[in-house]
Design a protein around this ligand. Structure first.
Ligand SMILES: Cc1cc2nc3c(=O)[nH]c(=O)nc-3n(C[C@H](O)[C@H](O)[C@H](O)COP(=O)(O)OP(=O)(O)OC[C@H]3O[C@@H](n4cnc5c(N)ncnc54)[C@H](O)[C@@H]3O)c2cc1C
Length: 330
């Protein structure tokens, strides 16, 4: 029997949409071309906005995740600013998060087809598309690279090291590991063939930042390197040409240093599923705009500031206000 709702993509947006729709009484079929667990390029900083919803779906995962109370922006010289986040966040690996969300959706009754790219019939029938930035791959001069490291003292803070041509974020994740994730301009990326040895590559790419090199002392790579070239920023559409609701990165990609992409993915997934289940899909574009657009505008403004300036936002109160301005509005 055909499902009430077909969803494409089981990242955080698709899994949360599926879980929400199934809990609202719909039968749901979900296509995912990959499988779990798997590593994914991401800073793995889960902002406070996502935590109430995430705690309802995967309470044990959230409880076990390190709490992140502060952010630190560091210039190449080592100078920088440290400020309290507007509310505590968590560090959760995509390895753990995506698998746990898929499992929760499955336990709620969702039929998940792993290792199955959505066939044309499913794409045509889809009510929700959560295929991430792959939905509409657009060229970008940027790329993202990440790996988990051990041997670094995890701190209850997200640290962002700026250097010419990019930046690198450190976040503590479960089991004492530290996730390190960089966004780089291709020009300054160096020899990506070396990126499998993340540390060798990172030392070369970060050579212009003595502060970053110092932070890496004693680090050992603990998981394979993940790389993505799909990092074109900006808002996109709320609906696909066939009418499906677009959620998560498929509806727009906010600058990753804001650390709000995961919250936006999960909250837009829940919003779309709730409206669909209530027969109010037509309300989704306006609701998405209200919640998502102000943060996109704030993030775009901040992006115009060079990293060295961001790293010297000396007034913690201002840094906190700017961070809050980039967030999804409930
Ligand atoms: C460098 C970098 C750092 C980041 N750091 C952070 C951070 O610290 N905090 C934060 O909140 N956000 C961060 N983000 C953003 C965050 O990773 C994304 O916003 C989030 O992954 C979006 O979730 P999604 O479910 O929309 O998409 P995805 O996580 O991309 O999931 C999409 C899923 O759809 C599947 N799929 C695609 N096409 C098909 C198809 N045709 N058929 C079936 N399945 C398909 C894919 O396999 C994938 O599983 C970062 C992003 C980058 C690039």
């Amino acid at each position: 029997m055909p499902a009430d709702l077909t969803i494409v993509g089981c990242g955080p947006a698709g899994a949360v949409a599926a879980w929400t729709a199934a809990r609202a009484g719909l039968t749901v079929e979900l296509f995912e071309r990959s499988t779990f667990p798997r590593h994914r390029v991401c800073g793995e900083f889960v902002s406070a906005e996502a935590l109430p919803l995430l705690t309802r779906i995967v309470p044990d995962l959230v409880a076990a995740a390190p709490v992140i109370t502060h952010a630190r922006f560091v210039a190449p010289s080592g100078r920088g600013s440290r400020f309290a986040l507007p509310a505590p966040a968590r560090g959760i690996s995509r390895w753990g998060l995506d698998a746990a969300l898929a499992e929760a959706a499955s336990a709620a009754g969702v039929r998940i087809r792993l290792r199955t790219p959505a066939p044309p019939a499913a794409l045509a029938a889809a009510g929700i598309i959560a295929a991430g930035r792959d939905w509409q791959p657009l060229p970008s001069p940027w790329l993202g690279v990440k790996a988990h490291l051990r041997g670094l003292a995890p701190a209850p803070e997200v640290e962002i090291y700026f250097f010419p041509g990019g930046y690198c974020g450190f976040a503590p994740v479960e089991n004492g590991g530290v996730n390190v994730c960089c966004l780089l301009h291709r020009r300054g990326a160096g020899d990506l063939r070396r990126s499998r040895d993340f540390l060798a590559w990172l030392r070369a790419a970060g050579a212009a930042s003595p502060a970053l090199l110092a932070r890496l002392r004693g680090a050992v790579q603990a998981a394979p390197t993940a790389v993505t070239t799909r990092v074109r920023l900006g808002r996109r559409a709320a609906r696909a040409p066939g009418g499906a609701l677009l959620v998560g990165d498929a509806s727009g990609f906010v600058a990753p240093f804001t650390g709000d992409g995961l919250a936006r993915a999960m909250l837009s997934g829940a919003l779309a599923a709730e409206l669909l289940a209530a027969g109010r899909a037509a309300d989704y574009p306006a609701a998405l705009r209200r919640a998502a657009a102000p943060g996109f505008r704030a993030a775009a403004g901040l992006r115009l500031l060079p990293g060295a300036v961001l790293a010297r936002l000396a007034a913690p109160a201002l840094a906190r206000r700017l961070t809050a301005a980039t967030r999804w509005r409930a």
